[in-house]
Design a protein around this ligand. Structure first.
Ligand code: ADP
Ligand code: MG
Length: 350
């Protein structure tokens, strides 16, 4: 029913009426928040509690957890175990923490599930494509072909007996740009929940996971707005214990001779993908949602939608380059017409 609605972009935000910080435990729960830069991204952590101290401690622990994960998985930090794996590509296996070993195993399972559209070894291509504004001309097909030959998750050799990881060929490289934030969000949620925080949100620049309820006892809602009129939410998604993650082509890209090239790479061709402007995945697991958002962007609308409709408990919302809006079979959005801006309105219920 939603199909063919014209939109230019998709923006997501969480409806979380902010509490003015109180000094002492209150009888009513409040939501406490902290915003900061982690993993190169604006993270917002929110905790619902009657006890400010407890909420802030939990948020602090969530932040520490994200920093810990970044230090483990970052391919930019030379001291990370991921960097050690990459430095030893084609040379020797590297023994890593079980945690990183398991993240690699789960990544490779998602590669299997998506026919290789998602592939952490895509990172070999970063010798060719740069998305930091430095590229002035297109790489040659020979350069692309040379890097593409280094991509292939089946060449990531894992040895469970000593949890070592070996990239079979020199020039191979792995990177968690499409799954790391989702994993970190899941873990930060777990840490905060284990500290007794019964409701909250971890939001990494619009990629978010929720648990429990809002301070007022209501469900969490994610507003989906029309960027032409960013303040105007055209529909809501009930988001209890749910991750909502978007891969977009409009934030990070290379612009060469007036044309935009996406930072999402098709591992099969080594070239940036096009066709889908934005892919939003909705499911309980932020890590899976993160990886699938990237995979569906690579697969394109037909194959991507087919995949998501096969997966139980996973839904999607796609916007094509032609501004066509497409949803999976069981995505349930709530529609509003001519509602006041919900961020300032009290009528934020369904
Ligand atoms: P964002 O970082 O904007 O949230 P994504 O979650 O889609 O976007 O991740 C995009 C990042 O994933 C890229 O910047 C790159 O680091 C990495 N990546 C690009 N193509 C692939 C791919 N085919 N498989 C796995 N990771 C990829
Ligand atoms: Mg992703």
């Amino acid at each position: 029913m939603l199909k063919h609605l014209l939109l230019s972009i998709l923006l997501l935000f969480i409806l979380a009426p902010s509490a003015s910080a109180q000094r002492q435990p209150t009888t009513k729960p409040q939501v406490y928040k902290k915003v900061l830069l982690l993993m190169g991204t604006r993270f917002e952590l929110a905790a619902v509690s009657k006890d400010e101290q407890k909420a802030l401690e939990a948020i602090g622990a969530g932040i520490k957890e994200i920093q810990r994960i970044e230090a483990l998985i970052s391919e930019w930090q030379p001291s990370s175990q991921t960097s050690a794996i990459n430095r030893n590509a084609g040379i020797k296996p590297v023994v890593v923490d079980q945690e990183l070993y398991d993240l690699i195993s789960r990544s490779n399972r998602i590669s299997d599930m998506t026919g290789g559209a998602f592939d952490i070894s895509f990172a070999a291509i970063d010798k060719v494509w740069h998305f930091d504004g430095s590229m002035k001309s297109l790489p040659s097909p020979q350069q692309v072909a040379a890097s593409v030959s280094k991509i292939g998750y089946k060449k990531i050799i894992q040895n469970p007996s000593d949890h070592s990881v070996f990239l079979k060929e020199r020039g191979m490289k792995i990177g968690f740009g499409a799954i790391g934030k989702g994993y970190a969000a899941n873990r930060a949620r777990d840490v905060m929940r284990e500290m007794g925080i019964q409701g909250g949100v971890v939001n990494a620049a619009g990629d978010l996971v929720t648990w429990g309820k809002q301070a007022n006892g209501q469900s969490w809602y994610v507003g989906i707005s029309d960027p032409e009129e960013k303040e105007k939410v055209f529909s809501w998604l009930t988001a209890d214990n749910l991750a909502v993650v978007t891969s977009g082509n409009y934030e990070k890209f290379a612009e060469i001779e007036g044309k935009r090239y996406s930072h999402i790479i098709d591992p099969r061709t080594g070239n940036p993908v096009s066709g889908l402007k934005s892919v939003t995945i909705v499911c309980a697991n932020a890590e899976l949602a993160d990886a699938l958002a990237t995979a569906v962007t690579v697969l394109g609308k037909e194959e991507g939608l087919y995949l998501i409709n096969q997966l139980k408990g996973v839904e999607c919302l796609l916007i094509t380059d032609d501004n066509e809006l497409i949803t999976s079979e069981d995505l349930h959005l709530h529609y509003y017409q001519n509602k006041p801006n919900p961020l300032t309105s009290k009528q934020n219920k369904k």
